[in-house]
Design a protein around this ligand. Structure first.
Ligand code: ACM
Length: 788
């Protein structure tokens, strides 16, 4: 699929309403009032638990509340200390955890109990009971207790999540009984620290936030072409050389000409820092999976140790993004290097897995290397893909000796899978399906739903991102178990993970912007039972969750407040995801203020008009301003037919070609796009009409496989059957570069008729000489047929 401002990664190598039982409940020492709907709706947890039963009354936390923890197992103290830390931060109460050795019989008043309970069948599951006198947390393991704490923090007022002490708040939580357990055992979030480096404190905050959302795995992408970011004591040049690049690309990879900042960029984590982060993650029941990329994405390592490459070198850490041909050579020096690196890495990470990459490894250097060809012959390998499998097989054995299992990106399937490898399916779900059918464990991370480096809203008004569009709703809709798998095969799907690649993410603030609130959606994908997932209810709960994120100072994106526009019958319709929000707008070109007109119903426009709209809560604008320049012309809002309908690129509306909005090179969603096919609308103007000109627009973005049309022609007809050619223009597509939106204007002086047909001819096939996609059918993107 093409997408505007694509990343090379994706194209180069291929890329619950609660079921609230309103039962009057008899709670000890408690009035017998049935909970109201309001009480139930006030319990807004993300991710949605298995069952939530609202009860009457509330527990009030005070400076005298006592927390009781069992004297064993030891890690229960960790879960309890997390709670006392939260309490200390926001309430300022310095509660001390009391150990109790006795078998729990009855709760003392004003207390919180952590109670190991073997009857709770799921290791990470818990039962949280809030009564007016006490809070009871039961779980089989400390991890379960920790998740109960994460739920509990969402039951106190939002300010409970503030790290700084706030006075004047009654710290109450509504009485309820929540039973919960995760749907999947693997719930991950990834961070690429290779393209950009993030300080230790930020990495900790990232882990703390993911744990808040009941994710349990942090995939730490530590090595890249652009920088090696983990200290390996045996190889000091990994620190002094490979941790640095000379400069960094400014702007998007596809901008022409490319610009660089001219500044050396360095960063790595010392082993002490790594241990600190791993310990911090452990205290949040998060396993850290280190990724050491091989054989590809290894340019930084080669820059320090050129003997690990197949060519003569010298090599330099990459200063721009993409996939590079210089990769680890499968020689004994490389295997010795990797064995030593993994010895140090394995000692730092107590988890069961090491991720060895395996993605995007061009085979050019191996094809050109007589040494590699000899190994292929010696080992009886079929080709370079099998050579990659040979490489990964040797690495798997070295890691097995260290007691570790490997995870690799789905390319590791290509030359035959290493015997015990777990596959991360990123190029769609096919790799995951194939691996599960071959009885290998799988983690689903498809780019289509779980790549948080993609735009989450209109690229024209978003900070620079790699490309694509992946809204929170798309993430929420993701179902990790492919329908292609049998029940037995489905057991190999351990869970899912979202990935955050940081080519276009320079700092922690932007990491949070790209990750949140999509991580909230991911949390329901991996934790919430399938039957309990409910998008409208999620969006309702999310508002309460935003207040928690606000209390924590999380820089989450405000796309929740995006305005959607539609145009039909010369009327503009405005809407938002959350129908309770107030939209204000202007149509006279003026800027928006809290005093702008309140939207209540679709409004007519009869001339070219700039519509500006945004959500307001009182004086505060909540999201971005949506600005649309409507072109009103003789075909605006008119219906048309096409010989083939677009499936993916529909331009957003039923009649996108006549909706008054002209496609832009910065947006994906306005164009009508077809692959390998002409775009040939026949517009019914409704009555015989005289016009002098027909103008249309096409998108040129060859690196994304979007090519200009060969020609554009306009025809006229009175009956919609017999057409006469009015004008035609040929387009020299071959000379066009970059990403542009182009205009074609055809003069048709005095033309008169009811039906206007336009044919934009497809370029055909991507030429063999093209940088990407040679031999594939091109995409043709057309928008707005303006008849004047
Ligand atoms: C990847 O996105 N190259 C795994």
């Amino acid at each position: 699929m093409p997408y505007i401002s694509t990343q090379n990664k994706a194209t180069v190598l291929m890329r619950f309403i609660f079921l609230l039982v309103l039962l009057p409940l008899l709670v000890s020492g408690q009035q017998k009032t049935a909970p109201t709907n309001t009480a139930a709706a006030a319990i807004q947890i993300i991710p949605q638990p298995v069952s939530v039963l609202a009860q009457a009354g509330k527990f009030v936390l005070t400076a005298n509340t006592t927390i009781y923890i069992p004297s064993a197992p030891a890690d229960w103290a960790t879960a309890a200390e997390y709670l006392t830390g939260l309490i200390r931060g926001s309430t300022g109460y310095n509660l001390v955890n009391q150990r109790f050795n006795d078998k729990f019989v009855a709760a003392k008043s004003n207390s919180i109990y952590f109670l190991p309970d073997e009857k709770i069948s799921t290791p990470e599951g818990y039962v949280l009971e809030i009564k007016p006198t006490a809070i009871l947390i039961r779980a089989q393991t400390a991890a379960g207790a920790f998740y109960a704490v994460q739920t509990l923090r969402q039951l106190f007022p939002a300010q409970f999540n503030n790290a700084n002490t706030i006075t004047g708040v009654v710290w109450s939580a509504p009485c309820c009984k929540i039973e919960d357990a995760p749907r999947f055992s693997y719930r991950g979030l990834h961070l690429d620290v290779g393209r950009h480096f993030f300080p230790v404190d930020f990495v900790k905050r990232y882990i703390d936030l993911l744990a808040m959302h009941k994710l349990n795995t942090f995939h730490w992408h530590l090595t890249e072409d652009q920088g090696w970011r983990i200290e390996i004591k045996k190889y000091p040049k990994l620190q002094s050389v490979a941790a640095c690049r000379d400069q960094t690309l400014i702007g998007h990879y596809s901008d022409q000409p490319q610009k660089f900042d001219g500044k050396k960029y360095c960063g790595y984590y010392t082993q002490e820092e790594v241990k600190d982060i791993v310990r911090y993650a452990g205290q949040r029941f998060v396993t850290v999976i280190p990724e050491i990329e091989l054989p590809g994405h290894a340019l930084a390592a080669l820059s320090a140790y050129p003997e690990l490459g197949c060519g003569p070198g010298p090599y330099a850490a990459a200063t721009q993004w993409g996939v590079f041909e210089d990769v680890f050579c499968p020689n004994e020096k490389t295997f010795e290097f990797l064995e030593n690196v993994f010895k140090e890495v394995c000692a730092l990470f107590p988890g069961p897995y090491v991720h060895i990459g395996g993605d995007e490894c061009p085979k050019t250097a191996w094809e050109n290397s007589e040494f590699c060809q000899q190994i292929i012959r010696r080992e009886g390998l079929k080709d370079e893909h099998e050579l990659q499998s040979y490489f990964i097989g040797r690495v798997e054995k070295m890691l097995e000796k260290q007691g570790k299992k490997i995870i690799g990106w789905d390319e590791i399937l290509e030359g035959g899978l290493a015997p015990n490898a777990t596959v991360m399916s990123w190029r769609g779900i096919e790799g995951g399906i194939a691996a599960a059918k071959a009885h290998h464990d799988v983690i689903m991370t498809p780019g289509s739903h779980l790549y948080f480096d993609y735009y989450q809203s209109d690229p024209a008004t978003e900070p620079l991102a790699i490309g694509g569009l992946l809204t929170m709703e798309t993430t929420y809709s993701y179902e990790p178990i492919p329908t292609e798998l049998s029940a037995e095969e489905s057991k190999y799907i351990l869970g899912a993970q979202a990935n955050l690649w940081t080519e276009y993410i320079e700092d922690g603030n932007k990491v949070e912007y790209m990750a949140y609130p999509r991580v909230c959606a991911l949390a329901e994908v991996v934790w919430t039972q399938k039957a309990k997932k409910n998008w409208p209810d999620f969006t309702r709960r999310l508002k309460a969750h935003f207040a928690r994120l606000d209390a924590m100072g999380v820089n989450y994106a405000k796309s929740y407040y995006d305005i959607n526009t539609a145009y039909a019958n010369n009327k503009v319709r405005l809407s938002t995801l959350d129908k309770t929000q107030k939209i204000r707008y202007t149509t006279d070109g003026t800027a928006l203020t809290p005093a702008a007109k309140l939207y209540s119903a679709p409004f007519a426009i009869t001339q070219n008009t700039t519509v500006r709209a945004a959500v307001f809560q009182g004086q505060q604008q909540m999201g971005k301003t949506n600005t649309v320049n409507y072109r009103v012309h003789k075909a605006s809002g008119k219906p048309y037919t096409m010989s083939r309908q677009p499936e993916k690129y529909k331009g957003g509306e039923m009649y996108a070609l006549t909706n008054g909005i002209v496609g832009s090179s910065k947006r994906w969603d306005q164009w009508v796009g077809l692959v390998n096919h002409d775009i040939d609308p026949v517009i019914d103007l409704g009555a015989t009409t005289t016009f002098n000109r027909v103008t249309t627009h096409y998108c040129n973005a060859k690196r994304s496989w979007i090519y200009p049309p060969r020609s554009v022609a306009v025809y006229i007809s009175n009956d919609g059957k017999n057409f006469v050619l009015l004008a035609e223009q040929y387009i020299d597509a071959d000379i066009m570069i970059g990403i542009t939106a182009e205009t074609v204007q055809l003069e048709t002086p005095g033309a008169k008729g009811r039906y206007v047909k336009m044919i934009a001819k497809t370029y055909g096939t991507i030429p063999a000489t093209a940088a990407t996609g040679a031999g594939e059918g091109v995409w043709l993107f057309i928008d707005e047929v303006i008849v004047e």
